[in-house]
Design a protein around this ligand. Structure first.
Ligand code: 8YV
Length: 334
C-alpha cells in the first residue's frame, strides 16, 4: 500500500493556482473563505499536519503546537513574524520561514504614499470636498507641509526602511536620518544618502518620521507620549510596520492638541479594531494594513511561502533548504 501523503494546512485563501502547487506533494486542507480562527481552532488545525502556511492572523506559540506532534514546518506569509513564537517552534525542531525581499519595494511605495498623504492632507481634503464644503477656491485651503527638501527620519533601517530612504533621498531631495539597532555599513548609508543618528536626534530633527522596525515586547510603544513630545509640532508620523509600536492614545492626544501636524497609519494595535479616538481625528490618514497589497507582490509572497513549505518538508528542487528560513534567535526583521 502506498504511504499516506503528508497533510498541510493553508490558513487563509491565497491564490488557488499557487496553493495548488502544494497538491503535487501533499494533501491540502486549504481554507476557502477569509476566516478568523480562534487559538483553539488553530491548535486543532495544526494537529495532524506536517506543515502550515499561515498569515499574521494566526498566532502560533506553545499552546497551539502542544498537540501538533507531526508539525515540521510553518511558512508565514509576510516578512514580519511577531505572530510566531519562533523560539518555541525551533525548540520543537519546527522550521519557520517568512517572505522577505519580495514585498520590500511595494511596502516602501505605500509608506511613501501615506507620508505624502499626511503631509499634504490628501484624505482630509477629499473628505472635505465630498462633504460639499468646497464653496470657493481660497489661498489658505488645506495648507500642508512640504515633503521635498524636508528631513526624512526612518526608525528601523532594514530592507523596507532603506527602500523608503532611497525614495526620499533620490526622488524628493530629502535629507535622510535614520536610527537602527546597529549602524549600517558605509556603502548602504551612501546608497540611501542616510546619516545615522541617536533616537532623540531622530525625533527632534525629522520633519517626516516613518516607522519600519520589527515589533517585539522591547519595541512596544517605542513612540509614546515622551517620544511624541520631542517631535516638531509641524512633523508627521507614518507607521507601516506594526500597530503596537505606537501608543495610540498618546498619538491621539498629540494630534488633537496640535503637538504633531499629522499621522498616517497602516497598522493598529489590536487591528482590525481601530482606536475610536483615532477615527475621530481629521489630521490622520488610515489604511487597513495594505502595505504589501499589490497583485504582483501578494502573488510573490504566496509563491515564496509555498516554496518554503515544500522545501522545508523535504520536497522540490530545494528539498531541505527553504529559501527564506527564520534564523534561530533572530528577532523579527523587516
Ligand atoms: C503581510 C505584513 O501582508 O509582511 C508583513 O509583515 O505586514 C504584510 O505585508 C501580512 O503579514 C500578511 O500575513
Amino acid at each position: 500500500m502506498a504511504e499516506p501523503r503528508p497533510r498541510v494546512w493553508v490558513s487563509q485563501p491565497l491564490f488557488d493556482d499557487i496553493v495548488g502547487r502544494l497538491g503535487e506533494y501533499f494533501d491540502v486542507d486549504a481554507t476557502a473563505e477569509v476566516t478568523a480562527w480562534t487559538p483553539v481552532q488553530v491548535a486543532e488545525k495544526l494537529r495532524g499536519v506536517a506543515g502550515a502556511v499561515v498569515t499574521l492572523n494566526e498566532r502560533i506559540g506553545p499552546a497551539e503546537i502542544a498537540q501538533a506532534h507531526g508539525l515540521r514546518a510553518v511558512a508565514n506569509v509576510g516578512v514580519g513574524y511577531d505572530n510566531l513564537d519562533v523560539e518555541a517552534l525551533h525548540a520543537r525542531g519546527i522550521v519557520a520561514t517568512n517572505t522577505p525581499d519580495v514585498l520590500t519595494e511595494t511596502t516602501a511605495d505605500l509608506g511613501f504614499a501615506l507620508l505624502l498623504a499626511a503631509a499634504r492632507r490628501i484624505t482630509e481634503g477629499e473628505r472635505w470636498l465630498r462633504e460639499g464644503r468646497w464653496r470657493q477656491w481660497s489661498f489658505d485651503t488645506l495648507l500642508g507641509h512640504d515633503v521635498h527638501g524636508a528631513t526624512l527620519g526612518i526608525l528601523g533601517m532594514g530592507r523596507i526602511g532603506q527602500a523608503i530612504a532611497r525614495r526620499g533621498a533620490h526622488g524628493f531631495g530629502m535629507r535622510v536620518l535614520y536610527h537602527n539597532r546597529s549602524r549600517l555599513p558605509a556603502g548602504i548609508e551612501s546608497n540611501c544618502r542616510a546619516a545615522y543618528v541617536d533616537f532623540d536626534t531622530l525625533l527632534r530633527e525629522s520633519d517626516h518620521l516613518v516607522l519600519v522596525l520589527p515589533y517585539s515586547p522591547q519595541t512596544r510603544h517605542v513612540i509614546d507620549a515622551a517620544a511624541l513630545a520631542k517631535m516638531k509640532p509641524t512633523a508627521t508620523l507614518t507607521n507601516v510596520a506594526r500597530g503596537g509600536l505606537v501608543d495610540e492614545d498618546a498619538l491621539a492626544d498629540a494630534l488633537a492638541g496640535g503637538r504633531l501636524a499629522a499621522a498616517a497609519l497602516d497598522v493598529f494595535e489590536g487591528e482590525p479594531r481601530v482606536n475610536p479616538r483615532l477615527l475621530a481625528l481629521r489630521n490622520i490618514v488610515l489604511s487597513p494594513h495594505v502595505g504589501s497589497a499589490s497583485h504582483a507582490t501578494r502573488r510573490a509572497m504566496a509563491a515564496l511561502a509555498v516554496d518554503n513549505l515544500v522545501a522545508a518538508l523535504g520536497h522540490g528542487p530545494r528539498a531541505g533548504d527553504p529559501p527564506t528560513p527564520i534564523a534561530a534567535k533572530a528577532t523579527a526583521k523587516r
